[in-house]
Ligand binder design. Structure first.
Ligand code: SF4
Ligand code: FES
Length: 752
């Protein structure tokens, strides 16, 4: 039977056999009170608030756990149901404090809402209430556990979704407490979701504590821009300031969860370091000026240094990958109009002659349906938390996950880790490809003819051949591998041979938007590294911070600081190095302060409107670029609003990389290999200025990990530093490799 009929409150309703009653009442818009039930978590039936009356069943039943059958007659509002619900409410309120006036959850508290409908205005309980001391679980979540109603949503979120059960119940009966198991508090990269799922004010946002009431804030739909996922979220604002960020619902993107970096990065907007006024450098001294003076100064400088003397080929345009697609589009359009093809957003890649070209051809929502995953070069949990969450679901459903990494990272799900040096990855993949081709009765190409597949290669190949829905995830640690392009090419070939999919997470933020907008050098234009090495006369820079953004940070600062190079910088934060080399500083709006779009890994262009106005004189970069083009008297920039820019760029054909490159397995380094990554909460300017994230456990990560033998070879031990980063000796790192995860700038460090 595909469909059955049941009766709810006298109305006939269709349902699937065995469907849970609460799912049907929710679908039909019938209100049933609840606390412990959450559509994304398992059913715990711990609060008893959802009691309903089922004809023929003597006692009331919980709607969240009762499966329906044909002909069932249910009453959610009759006297028996209401009496049961009221009785449960009375029990819940026995120990709940009456501190709603000072509780941050006030106005959005499920207990408060349900108490209005099902509670009594007079309490029959006159004994003292139970008190539970709050626990300090870190800088992101405030606990007030006296308010806890033991619904266990936070506990189930940890064990079922986040993959680390950090909260749990201790004690029995009246002594039952929900608390963190470990004194170090909560360390999950998804911890903020516990605030969203907690129905009362037991877990609230620490950075938002005592700021405002929920009804005082406006809420704007927005999109996170810290990774390629583009999680949907709401920016909640008050008097022109973003006060809190909460998750939005989009089953195809982030379901209903967001990472902590997406939730708490807004704090950076209010940092003292914001660039607020246009400034020009006159005789080495910075001077705050009006916009028209700064723009005039910038145009004159660009004209003098590059444009008037027909030296547009000596002008360079570089942008951060966090820019909006519209900003990328306008900047490249303007630069190309004035004859400049030196355009790039790829700042952190050592070798741009041979970059990674790999399509992502699997949807985020399909990741949880794969049966075999091979991850190459990624600390997924911290670098791609939302993708890791989907893969964890796949693993729990039975998928096998294997990882080739320099270190055995904690992925919070069962993974077959193989710790290998970056040098070995290409050979391992070549071996696997050879096995797969042989299995498919195909001839091996010349570049793998001499490869003798290792046991690891055979094992990986067998898993890929045995699976029906596999995906190979290529991670960010591969970008500066000397064989990066060949690795990407082999990944594509292996996936093709096993009918699998590929997911390329080697770039970040809105990199796909940059490609979509053609923010790349064409027609013999120079790439980032070529610009830094060339004799340039001017640069236009969009939200760049050289000590963090460039792989060649020292060369970048040197190239930009040359006496005769004129530099116009659009930035949202002030920065010592930027001030050192720039001639004009134009304050630009940051995330949440500008409208535009972000292209995510599904290739969906997700638009968002500004949630707040940029502070003081800062302006959205698309407006600055438009006025710039007008002042340069360029045609085709008569945009009245951002929608016109978005519409125009939608007609632009997507930039396609050349896919066929010659695979080369010869280039191997014999030196100790270092993979340098910014730690998860320091990967872009807004994150770096978000105070609470920086003080969290993940934000504090600053380590150069190496195994005992490598430490010995380098004459280092715990407590020493390697490239300025504290050494951690761990035998989970591959031999003759160092994995650096740093929350400090790379200037003077990484480049060697
Ligand atoms: S802290 Fe909140 S989510 Fe966790 S058990 Fe208590 S009431 Fe439920
Ligand atoms: S919601 Fe059904 S028992 Fe809690």
């Amino acid at each position: 039977m595909d469909s059955i009929s049941i009766e709810i409150d006298g109305n006939i309703v269709n349902a699937k056999p065995g469907e849970r009653l609460i799912t049907i009442t929710d679908r039909e818009g019938i209100s049933v009170p609840r606390f412990c039930y959450h559509k994304k978590l398992s059913v715990s039936t711990s609060c008893r608030m959802c009691l309903v009356d089922i004809e023929g069943v003597p006692k009331p039943q919980t709607a969240c756990s009762t499966p329906v059958s044909d002909g069932m007659k249910i009453h959610t509002q009759n006297e028996k149901a209401k009496a049961s619900q009221k009785a449960v409410m009375e029990f819940l309120l026995i120990n709940h404090p009456l501190d709603c006036p000072i509780c941050d959850q006030g106005g959005e508290c499920e207990l408060q809402d349900v108490a209005v409908g099902y509670g009594s205005d007079v309490s029959r309980f006159s004994e003292g209430k139970r008190v539970v001391a709050p626990s300090d679980i870190g800088p992101l979540i405030q606990t007030d556990m006296t308010r806890c109603i033991h619904c266990t949503r936070c506990v189930r979120f940890g064990s079922e979704i986040a993959g680390i059960m950090e909260m749990g119940g201790t004690g029995r009966g009246e002594d039952l407490k929900i608390e963190p198991f470990l004194a170090e508090g909560i360390t999950s990269e998804l911890s903020g979701n516990m605030i969203d799922v907690c129905p009362v004010g037991a877990l609230t946002s620490k950075p938002f504590r005592y700021e405002l009431r929920s009804w005082q804030m406006a809420s704007a739909d927005s999109v996170a821009r810290h990774d390629l996922v583009g999680s949907n979220l709401y920016a909640q604002t008050y008097k022109g300031l973003v006060k809190r960020v909460v998750s939005g619902d989009n089953e195809l993107v982030n379901e209903t969860w967001i990472s902590d970096r997406d939730r708490f990065s807004y704090e950076g907007l209010a940092h003292d370091n914001r660039l607020l006024l246009p400034q020009i450098k006159v005789e080495g001294q910075w001077k705050e000026v009006e916009w028209n003076v700064a723009l005039d100064f910038a145009i004159k400088g660009l004209n003098k240094n590059a444009l008037n003397s027909r030296k547009a080929h000596k002008l360079g345009g570089l942008a951060s990958s966090t820019a909006t697609t519209e900003e990328f589009y306008l900047m490249q359009k303007m630069l190309r109009e004035i004859g400049c093809e030196n355009i790039d957003y790829r700042l952190n890649i050592n070798n741009l002659d041979d970059p990674i070209h790999l399509d992502s051809n699997i949807k985020l929502s399909d990741l949880e349906c794969v049966d075999n995953v091979l991850v190459i070069g990624a600390n997924l949990r911290l670098e791609q938390p939302m993708i890791n969450l989907r893969l964890r679901k796949a693993q729990l459903a039975g998928a096998t996950i294997s990882a080739l990494n320099v270190k055995a990272f904690d992925y919070i799900h069962k993974t077959n880790h193989s710790t290998v040096s970056p040098n070995e990855i290409a050979t391992i993949l070549a071996g696997a490809l050879k096995v797969i081709l042989k299995n498919n009765s195909l001839e091996a190409p010349s570049y793998i003819a001499n490869i003798n597949p290792s046991e690891l290669s055979i094992n990986l190949a067998d898993k890929l051949l045995d699976s029906e829905r596999s995906v190979i995830v290529l991670g960010e640690h591969v970008i500066n591998n000397t064989q990066a392009a060949s690795i990407a090419q082999m990944v594509a070939e292996i996936a093709k041979q096993v009918n699998g999919k590929t997911l390329n997470v080697t770039s970040s933020a809105n990199s796909l938007g940059a490609q979509h907008a053609h923010f790349l050098p064409k027609n013999k234009g120079m790439n980032t590294n070529e610009m830094l090495a060339a004799d340039m006369s001017a640069f236009l820079l969009l939200d760049i911070y050289p000590e963090y953004d460039f792989h060649h940070s020292n060369s970048a600062v040197e190239a930009l600081s040359k006496e005769d190079v004129f530099v116009v910088s659009l930035n949202s934060f002030n920065n010592e190095l930027v001030a050192q080399y720039s001639d004009v500083l134009l304050p630009m709006a940051a995330m949440y302060e500008t409208s535009g779009s972000h292209v995510n890994i599904n290739h969906d262009m997700q638009s968002f409107a500004a949630a707040v106005k940029a502070p003081e004189e800062a302006k959205p970069a698309w407006k600055i670029l438009k006025v710039f083009a007008d002042l340069l008297e360029l045609q085709g920039f008569h945009y009245e609003n951002i929608t016109q820019v978005s519409e125009e760029l939608k007609h632009q054909k997507i930039y396609k990389y050349k896919q066929d490159i010659a695979i080369e397995l010869g280039k191997k380094s014999s030196a100790i290999e270092t993979i340098w990554m910014h730690s998860a909460y320091h990967s872009d300017a807004l994150l770096r200025h978000a105070k609470s994230l920086s003080s969290s456990k993940i934000g504090q990560i600053n380590s150069a990990s190496m195994n005992t033998a490598t430490a010995k070879e380098l004459s280092l031990e715990c407590g020493n530093t390697y490239l300025g980063v504290p050494v951690v000796v761990s035998d989970t790192v591959a031999d003759r490799c160092v994995f650096v995860s740093s929350n400090k700038s790379t200037h003077m460090g990484r480049e060697s």
